[in-house]
Design a protein around this ligand. Structure first.
Ligand code: NAI
Length: 306
């Protein structure tokens, strides 16, 4: 199989490495900057003998080289600088993502699209609109990362193995995300049995602020290792038809009482894309939080089209 990654920046190039070194697919790395994706691809190719795999990694500035991709991942666009919110990136990234989506679909009409560029939910909506794809074939990555951050903070607090912690974060990728604390467990034991409410609130707050915490530390850009891992998990679930149940930003048509908006909800992800959306029986406050989150995405969709 072939995976195209548009935007060979920090997230895109790290994702190319993960996909090739996990032996999932060949990779085309496309960027607007000339020479850079070619150089990165050559660098990754030179690691193959050491990492022991035989995947091709091609760097290009030309969409013709992306033809016939099974999956297209869009990471092109600007990342945040300290003090910026994801929404500050709205107009610049909207243009980049729409152009990338249109160019990519022209060469890979059967591909499944994963959008990573921020502000994530709005960019996914715009890419869905630009491609005209059925909603099951175009989605955004955010919830897998936000959930991994929540799980990390729970694991650190309890001193347990991160892989033993399972949690899900729904909603938009931003300050209004909806971490579902009451569903979070350590090997099946609810964290509400293990931590007091104030501690859980603190971990939820750190999760909401997880991206900004890293931007403040790095200063010159945002997170990319965990974002690349989260995206590669979605790529894997599609290519290996694993039907994993993951929080994914998807276009809603009445689910959770929401319409014509993209937001993170639990979805089964397999070789055809999103196979189904799971409607959880949310509490009133969770439902309200999801609605608030959806409202802010809707507002930004409208702003992006002004
Ligand atoms: P980066 O600046 O390292 O890479 C972005 C790349 O996009 C650059 O190489 C740039 O040349 C390229 N680019 C710009 N315009 C382009 C165009 N028209 N066509 C093709 N390529 C183009 O940024 P980084 O850190 O890789 O982040 C990429 C995006 O992903 C940002 O918007 C960031 O906010 C977002 N992000 C989203 C996450 C999520 O959970 N959804 C997590 C982490 C980052």
């Amino acid at each position: 199989p072939l995976v195209t990654i548009i935007g060979a920046g920090r997230v895109g190039s790290t994702l190319a490495q993960r996909i090739a070194e996990k032996n999932l697919a060949d990779v085309v790395l496309l960027d607007i900057v000339e020479g850079m994706p070619q150089g990165l691809a050559l660098d990754l190719m030179e690691a193959r003998g050491i990492e022991i795999h035989n995947r091709q990694i091609i760097g290009t500035n030309n969409y013709a080289d992306t033809a016939g991709s099974e999956i297209v991942v869009i990471t092109a666009g600007l990342p945040r600088k300290p003090g910026m919110s994801r929404d500050d990136l709205l107009r610049t990234n909207a243009k980049i993502v729409v152009e990338a989506a249109k160019n990519a679909i022209a060469h890979s009409p059967n591909a499944i699209f994963i959008v990573v560029t921020n502000p994530l939910d709005v960019m996914t909506y715009l890419a869905w609109q630009a491609t005209g794809l059925p909603r099951k074939r175009i989605m955004g990555m955010a919830g897998v990362l936000d959930s991994a951050r929540f799980e990390t903070f729970i694991a650190l607090e309890l001193g347990v193995l991160p892989a033993d912690v399972k949690a899900m974060v729904l909603g938009s990728h931003g300050d209004l995300m909806v971490p579902l604390s009451r569903y979070a467990t350590v090997n099946g034991i609810p964290i509400t049995e293990l931590l007091d409410a104030a501690t859980i609130d603190r971990l939820v707050e750190r999760t909401r602020n997880g991206g900004a915490e890293i931007v403040e530390l790095i200063q010159t850009g945002g997170a990319f290792f965990a974002p690349a891992s989260a995206t590669s998990l979605m790529v894997e679930s599609i290519l290996l038809n694993q039907s994993r149940l993951l929080p994914i930003a998807t276009y809603l048509q009445g689910e959770y009482g929401l319409n014509d908006v993209v937001i993170g909800v639990p979805c089964r992800l397999g070789c055809g894309g999103i196979e189904s959306i799971l409607e959880l029986n949310l509490s009133d406050s969770e439902r309200e939080a999801l609605q608030t989150s959806a409202k802010s995405v809707r507002k930004n969709i409208e702003r992006s089209q002004e």
